[in-house]
Design a protein around this ligand. Structure first.
Ligand code: C2E
Ligand code: CA
Ligand code: CA
Length: 812
């Protein structure tokens, strides 16, 4: 029995058996086993079952020719449809020739008669073997085709140009990259000479390389040339020509080339940038640099058509090119975070834009910024030498230059005004240097606005400005300018929370035969300024030769006062203050007098105004505090009057002032209510912390505060708001003018009403006539002081006057 030879190592065969008869099926299996195979048989007898079985990829189909519900022909068709590679062996009872050729035509691999099943095993083995070798061949063919297509793909999709050129230089073959890079369809350039596309400047290089490569089979020659693109521009190609003439399948030069246009442009751009940066550092002239930057902004192949505009507060630069063309772009030029200008480019293109063209304007703007920065630095240096850093005005050196130049113009008038801020030191000391700086800047701006163009405005000292004009000193326009300066200085200045007013003094000097140098002119204007300050400030003085002597005299006086105070040369005179209603003497003001060893008795006009600019005023104040206390003691507790003491701004700004006053009172055993402090209203810094603290401490102790010269200051009402005061002293100027000037009378009436509304007492100063006293009393002014009652008197005279007055009073 054939089945006996089936061993464990029998070849496993998966068989689909198309057979309706179980007996025949067993015969088939036996035959296969007999041939040493190990069959795994799936028997089917319908088309549906066959179709399903075919999906399992059998090794072989063995089919009966005729079945009740199926047949071998049909099975062959199904197998051709589903798995034509599976061998198909037909087994039948009887086969005629026609059937045999039909089944063979339908694709049967083999066929056998049922009574010849002994051959089945061999037929199956042979069919399987044949199938395997067919499969292997198909696979080999398929992979060769795949390789070829991949290769083709690589070549045609390469970004590098791959081309074959014959030995005359004509293009035989090229891949798509050529079209991509240069723009020509490949077909249109085949057969053309590549030399027709080479840039004229590169022709020689190209020809040499080509000749080199052509001379030697198998040699590779590198070359870099520009080729004309369809667009009209040029592309840089880095190529290697490989001589393969000996290779039958090629028979020419294989050229491999890549587009390096961008790299070349980048390198050129960088080199140009480096070169321009170098020239900027080497201080090349601006116009030259701007031209170079303009060409960088465009790149090769463009018409010169870039423009720069720098606008900086110190200078303006422009290439001035007119901008034409449609593709306009603007790039801002930024230096130190500040936009100083714009780079405007517009291209009238002779070539299409490259990727690099978008980089050009920003690179150019960057270089332009470097130029701008260099120029700004330069102008800053020259500014520093000739300008004041705080206000930006010309400095003393530049002013001296300008004066010297003006003086060199023969015949033209040259006049210098020096503007000094009154009591500027108080602002600086009282509110700090930062506030002081802001005040200077504010004043500087106002002066800039006031000065006509053509005049030079300079800052010549901490608190001094100068104006150089080309008119005589006494010209009406010069004097108007000087008074305008007085006016603008008095406009309120707001700094932080402070609001205050300044005043300035102005000294004017002009060119004379004696003052024909800038040094002398400045010195003369200074002298005039000194005179203006000495004469009460907030005024204009024109230099005259006598001023020079006054300056020297002032310096001598200052030394004498310094020496005289400790020697007790200052004397406190008393001027009575009288009640207008009752005529009773209520108080007295202490007024300083200087008993000068040689000049006699000097009134404050000779020394107070300049003493206020130095610490001498503090010594004057201390002397008068002592005098006031001593006088109160001398008058005795029954005198029934209080004494008021003038306090200078510098004193009241001193944080120890209140304590010094209070300790003097204690020392003399006096009640604080006996003393009053008079503050002058022109105290510019009423809201300074020490002023507020001093006043608060004095009032708490029981002293009263008088606001002196009320109405002459610039912000009378705001002082009232800021300062805790008890009494307004109506300035003498109003009282004096009152009888002749209706407006002055109205001012006095308004002050009286204001004081009444605020529950403040009033003292009218400078009352010289009974008529004045009656008018003042009629207006509700409480008290008066003036020559009508008494001039300031030495203590002994005052005491005598007081006794006299009291006697007259009680006699009434
Ligand atoms: P003031 O505080 O307004 O003092 C009043 C001035 O007016 C005094 O001038 C006084 O003599 C003058 N006077 C008073 N009644 C009349 C009058 O009816 N007619 C006229 N024509 N003048 C009159 P004086 O004493 O020359 O003082 C001038 C200024 O000097 C004072 O003005 C005050 O600002 C300052 N002063 C005086 N003594 C001191 C002081 O001890 N310390 C400080 N810091 N300043 C003082
Ligand atoms: Ca006074
Ligand atoms: Ca006064």
């Amino acid at each position: 029995m054939p089945s006996e030879v089936v061993g464990e190592d029998g070849q496993r065969v998966r068989v689909i058996l198309v057979e309706d008869s179980m007996d025949d099926a067993e015969l088939v299996v036996a035959a296969l086993r007999g041939a040493g195979l190990d069959p795994d048989v799936t028997r089917v007898d319908t088309e549906a079952a066959f179709r399903m079985a075919m999906a399992t990829h059998p090794d072989v189909v063995i089919s009966d020719l005729r079945l009740p519900a199926f047949d071998g022909h049909r099975a062959l068709l199904v197998r051709r449809e589903l798995a034509p590679e599976v061998p198909f062996i037909l087994v039948s009872g009887a086969v005629d020739d026609a059937t045999a050729s039909a089944v063979s035509a339908a694709g049967a691999t083999d066929y056998l008669l049922k009574d010849r099943l002994g051959r089945l095993g061999a037929a199956v083995v042979k069919a399987i073997e044949e199938r395997e070798s067919t499969d292997a061949r198909t696979r080999a063919e398929e992979s060769a085709a795949l390789l070829a297509s991949r290769y083709e793909h690589l070549v045609s999709h390469s970004t590098d140009v791959l081309a074959i050129i014959d030995l005359r230089g004509n293009l035989v073959h090229a891949n798509q990259a050529l079209a991509t890079i240069l723009g020509y369809p490949v077909q249109s350039v085949l057969g053309e000479s590549i030399f027709g596309y080479v840039h004229p400047d590169d022709l020689e290089t190209a020809a040499t390389a080509f000749a080199d490569a052509a001379a030697h089979d198998g040699v590779a020659v590198p070359v870099t040339v520009r080729l004309r693109a369809l667009s009209g521009g040029w592309r840089w190609l880095e190529a290697i020509a490989n001589n393969r003439v000996g290779d039958q399948s090629i028979g020419g030069m294989v050229v491999n080339a890549r587009d390096i246009t961008e790299r070349v442009e980048a390198t050129a751009l960088l080199a140009l940038e480096a070169e321009i940066s170098g020239r900027i550092a080497a201080d090349a002239p601006v116009s030259e640099l701007l031209d170079a930057i303009a060409s960088l902004a465009f790149g090769p192949g463009y018409e010169e058509n870039a423009r720069f505009d720098f606008h900086h507060k110190d200078f303006t630069l422009s290439t001035g090119n007119r901008i034409i063309g449609d593709e306009r772009s603007e790039t801002t030029i930024v230096v130190e975070g500040e936009t100083v200008g714009t780079l405007v480019t517009a291209a009238a293109r002779s070539e299409p834009a490259t990727a690099f063209d978008v980089l050009r304007p920003p690179r150019a703007a960057h270089l332009a910024a470097l130029v701008a920065q260099r120029e700004i630095a330069k102008s800053r240096l020259s500014r520093q030498a000739f300008h004041d850093s705080l206000t930006g005005l010309a400095n003393r050196a530049l002013l001296a230059d300008r004066i010297a130049y003006a003086l060199s113009q023969i015949g033209t008038p040259v006049t210098l005004l020096i503007v000094g801020i009154d009591h500027f030191k108080l602002v600086n000391d009282g509110l700090g240097h930062e506030v002081g700086d802001l005040v200077l800047c504010c004043l500087s701006e106002r002066l800039i606005a006031a000065v006509e163009s053509g005049s030079t405005l300079a800052r010549v000292g901490g608190d001094e400005f100068a104006i150089l004009v080309d008119r005589p000193a006494t010209d009406l326009r010069t004097l108007r300018l000087a008074h305008r300066v007085l006016d603008i200085a008095q406009q309120p200045i707001e700094v932080d929370t402070h609001s205050f007013r300044l005043s300035v003094s102005v000294g004017i000097a002009e060119r004379t035969s004696m003052a024909s140098s800038s040094t002398q002119l400045m010195a003369d204007a200074d002298t005039a300024l000194g005179a203006a300050k000495r004469n009460g400030r907030n005024r204009v003085e024109i230099f005259n030769v006598d001023n020079r002597g006054l300056i020297e005299e002032r310096l001598v006086l200052e030394q004498e006062l310094r020496a005289g105070i400790p020697r007790g040369e200052l004397v406190g005179f008393l001027q009575p203050i009288v009640n207008l209603g009752t005529g009773a003497v209520e108080g007295a003001e202490v007024l300083v007098r200087w008993q000068h060893p040689t000049r006699g008795l000097l009134v404050p006009a000779h020394f107070i105004s300049w003493a206020e600019e130095t610490d001498l005023i503090v010594d004057v104040g201390a002397a008068m505090l002592e005098a006031a206390c001593a006088h109160l003691v001398a008058l005795g507790p029954d005198a029934g009057i209080s004494v008021s003491l003038n306090a200078a701004a510098r004193e009241i700004l001193d944080p120890t002032y209140a304590e010094r006053v209070l300790s003097a009172l204690r020392r003399h055993g006096l009640a604080p209510g006996l003393l009053a402090v008079e503050l002058t209203e022109s105290l510019a810094i009423a809201d300074a912390a020490p002023v507020q603290a001093n006043l608060a401490a004095l009032r708490r102790a029981g002293l009263r505060i008088y606001l002196d010269d009320f109405g002459t200051g610039y912000s009378s009402l705001s002082y009232l708001q800021q300062l805790p005061v008890d009494v307004l002293k109506i300035d003498r100027s109003f009282v004096t003018a009152m009888s002749a000037d209706a407006r002055a009378l109205q001012v006095v009436a308004a002050i009286a009403a204001l004081a009444h509304a605020l529950s403040l007492a009033t003292i009218a100063e400078g009352v010289e006539s009974v008529a004045d006293a009656e008018v003042l009393a009629g207006l509700g002014i409480k008290s008066a002081q003036g020559y009508l009652y008494a001039k300031p008197l030495p203590i002994d005279a005052f005491r005598a006057w007081l006794i006299d007055a009291r006697e007259r009073e009680s006699a009434k």
